[in-house]
Structures are given as structure tokens and as C-alpha cells.
Write a protein that binds this ligand. Structure first.
Ligand SMILES: Nc1ncnc2c1ncn2[C@@H]1O[C@H](COP(=O)(O)OP(=O)(O)OP(=O)(O)O)[C@@H](O)[C@H]1O
Ligand code: SF4
Ligand SMILES: [Mg+2]
Length: 346
């Protein structure tokens, strides 16, 4: 994949305004647009040090665009038009491409949904896993290549010496994702961004890969932004969850609290429609289709599909003004005019 640098370029790394040491990634007010159309707008997202934050939401809500913005890998035509993306306090927006290249694969690494497609078909597994070691950790090529066998063993690859000589086409999907994890972790990143890393794999392999990710995350203490549409994965893997709708975060907080007491009607609907549903909810799907960030300029973005606005007497506010993301519990925030007390927020 050809990296696409953030724009506009700047030569001086900037400090984000209020980054704190317990925060690895702090995204504030992010706006990403294709041409004039914003697909991510006013996005605030924080990944704390050493945690797994799951980012969930329906297809098209902007999860991958957000992840790619943080990696400086936006697709052609997309541009960051506002906000900041602070990695360990350093704002990545506008960094020169060469500096971003040094950060990518070193301080932050990414896993994608199609691991085989991300591997270089012309290079051996050994060469690909060795690259971050010499590129980001200063090892000689010889020493880097020597360490690959151990890294492959760490991610549960049998016969690592033989596998190191393989090419991508010789690997199963699960094996390719293990190789990608080995390569991603080789650079000892402080942050791993994993965009649907198990969606293309069968269920048994999915579970193995997630267990592996979680074990390696605990061992290394790195932070993980895990993008998934699978709330079962969130429940078993993540510490906190952020729910995205139409380019914005609508709710975030600790997994247990959000699963036990979701505040935002969209989160409630997502949970009801998920695999965690009860017998009674088996046929439930969220009514209407997902609102695109570019479609609504006024009021709450979930309004066209919201089942509670009328009944709670908040419809006027919902139509006219977008609610802010406000506290509704310890570390728990929701973007809805219906506050925990049932009152309309100011
Ligand atoms: N290359 C592109 N050109 C134009 N629009 C795009 C492009 N890539 C994404 N978009 C738009 O950006 C929005 C967000 O897309 P994104 O891929 O981030 O969604 P997502 O939440 O990752 O969805 P999914 O769960 O299907 O992966 C969508 O409305 C999509 O149509
Ligand atoms: S602000 Fe209104 S429309 Fe939006 S989710 Fe809350 S009740 Fe529904
Ligand atoms: Mg996506």
C-alpha cells in the first residue's frame, strides 16, 4: 500500500494542547473529508496507555477512515480538514511524510482485515518480519533476520524456521494474520491499530487470533485500538468501547458498564441487534439505514432512526441541535438529549 501523507505538510512537530502521560492516542475534533463531503466530523477518541479500546459502529460510520487518518494512510481524495491526532502528545496532523514513515511501524502499527493482501508477495516471511527490527529498532539486517524465528514462535506459528522461508501465497488466512501480528509487534509499537483483524477468518481461528492479540498486549503493555462490528469480540477482548455513528462518537465508556446500561438509543439498538440478543430480540434489526455524516446538518444524527425521541419529549431539541458527548457515569459519556435522569439536557 502506498502511504499517503497528511496534508498540509509542516516541518515542525507540534505538541497537542493537553495530552497527558496516561494517554497514547488522543484524537480531538477530527474532520476528514472526501472533497467537500465530511465522513468524519468532530470526532473525539482517546486510547489510554495499556488498554484495548474497541471502536464499533455500522458499516460506513467512519471507523476505518479514522484509523487510516491516525496512521497517515488515508485513501486518495481524503483529507484531514480539522482537529488533532496526538500520539504520546505529538500532533501527527501535518507531519512531513518522512517523519510519519518513521512513526508508522515503529511507535504505531496497524493490522488489516485481509492479512494476505497486506503481505508483500515477493518477499519471504523472514524478510517482512525482520524489516521493523532493522528499520525501527536499529538492529543489523543479520541480527534482525536471526530474531524472526523467535517472533514467529511467540505468535504460535509451528515450525517457525520453515515458515520463515514461506511466501504469502503459501500461508492460510490465520497463519498470514499471525505473521502480520509478528511483524507489527516486532517494532515494539506503543499503539496497535487493528481494523477488523479477524473478520476474514473462520470462527475458531478468530478466537485464537484474539486470544493471541490480548496475550501479547498484556505482555508488552501496548495500547490497542480494535475496530470491529462484532460486539461478542468487544465483550471478550476490550477494556473500553467507543460507539461511532455517522462520523461521530455517540457513546463511550467501560465495556461492562456500556453492555449493562447503554445510554444512547443507537448503542441500545446495536446491542439488541447483535449476537448477544435474547430469544425475544432474535428478529430485531435497527430500523432505517445508517445516516451518512454528510447527510444531516442540524440536530442529532440518529434522529431519523431514533425510537425514543418522541416519547421522552425531547423531539424539538433532537431536531434542532446536536447534543454534546456528556458524562453519564464514571468514565461513561453519551451524546443524547435524554440524560440519565430522563431529563432533557441543557
Ligand atoms: N475511497 C473512498 N472514496 C469516497 N468515499 C469513501 C472512500 N472510502 C470511504 N468512503 C466513505 O467514508 C465513509 C466512512 O467509511 P469507512 O470505510 O471509514 O467506514 P467503516 O465504518 O470502516 O465501515 P465498515 O464497517 O464497512 O468497514 C463511508 O460513508 C464511505 O462511503
Ligand atoms: S438526541 Fe434525541 S434523536 Fe438523538 S439519540 Fe437522543 S433522543 Fe434520539
Ligand atoms: Mg472499515
Amino acid at each position: 500500500m502506498k502511504p499517503r501523507p497528511h496534508e498540509p505538510p509542516s516541518t515542525t512537530p507540534r505538541k497537542a494542547a493537553d495530552a497527558t502521560s496516561d494517554t497514547t492516542l488522543d484524537i480531538r475534533g477530527l474532520r476528514v473529508a472526501f472533497g467537500d463531503a465530511a465522513v468524519v466530523e468532530g470526532l473525539d477518541l482517546t486510547v489510554r496507555r495499556g488498554e484495548i479500546l474497541a471502536l464499533v459502529g455500522e458499516s460506513g460510520s467512519g471507523k476505518s477512515v479514522t484509523a487510516r487518518a491516525a496512521m497517515g494512510l488515508l485513501p486518495p481524495g481524503a483529507r484531514i480538514t480539522g482537529g488533532s491526532i496526538a500520539l504520546d502528545g505529538e500532533d501527527l496532523v501535518g507531519l512531513p511524510p518522512r517523519r510519519m514513515d518513521r512513526i508508522r511501524g515503529g511507535r504505531v502499527a496497524m493490522l488489516f482485515q485481509q492479512p494476505r493482501a497486506m503481505l508483500d508477495p515477493t518477499a519471504t516471511v523472514r524478510d517482512q518480519v525482520a524489516e521493523p527490527l532493522w528499520l525501527h529498532r536499529g538492529l543489523s539486517h543479520r541480527e534482525a533476520r536471526r530474531r524472526v524465528t523467535g517472533l514467529l514462535r511467540d505468535v504460535g506459528i509451528p515450525e517457525p524456521e520453515r515458515r520463515a522461508r514461506s511466501y504469502a501465497y503459501q500461508l492460510s488466512g490465520g497463519m498470514a494474520q499471525r505473521v502480520m501480528i509478528a511483524a507489527a509487534l516486532a517494532g515494539e509499537p506503543g499503539l496497535l491499530i487493528a481494523d477488523e483483524p479477524t473478520t476474514a477468518l473462520d470462527v475458531t481461528v478468530q478466537a485464537q487470533i484474539l486470544r493471541l492479540l490480548k496475550r501479547r498486549q498484556r505482555e508488552s503493555g501496548m495500547s490497542v485500538l480494535l475496530i470491529t462490528h462484532d460486539l461478542g469480540i468487544v465483550a471478550t477482548t476490550a477494556d473500553r468501547v467507543a460507539v461511532m455513528y455517522a462520523g461521530r462518537i455517540v457513546e463511550d465508556g467501560p465495556v461492562a458498564e456500556i453492555f449493562d446500561a447503554p445510554r444512547h438509543p443507537y448503542t441500545q439498538a446495536l446491542l439488541r441487534a447483535s449476537l448477544l440478543r435474547t430469544e425475544a430480540d432474535r428478529l430485531y434489526t435497527i430500523p432505517g439505514s445508517a445516516t451518512r455524516a454528510r447527510e444531516l446538518r442540524r440536530g442529532c444524527r440518529f434522529r431519523p432512526r431514533c425510537p425514543v425521541a418522541e416519547g421522552m419529549g425531547v423531539a424539538h431539541s433532537c431536531e434542532n441541535e446536536e447534543p454534546t458527548l456528556s458524562s453519564c457515569g464514571s468514565g461513561h459519556r453519551s451524546r443524547c438529549w435524554v440524560r440519565p435522569s430522563g431529563a432533557v439536557g441543557a
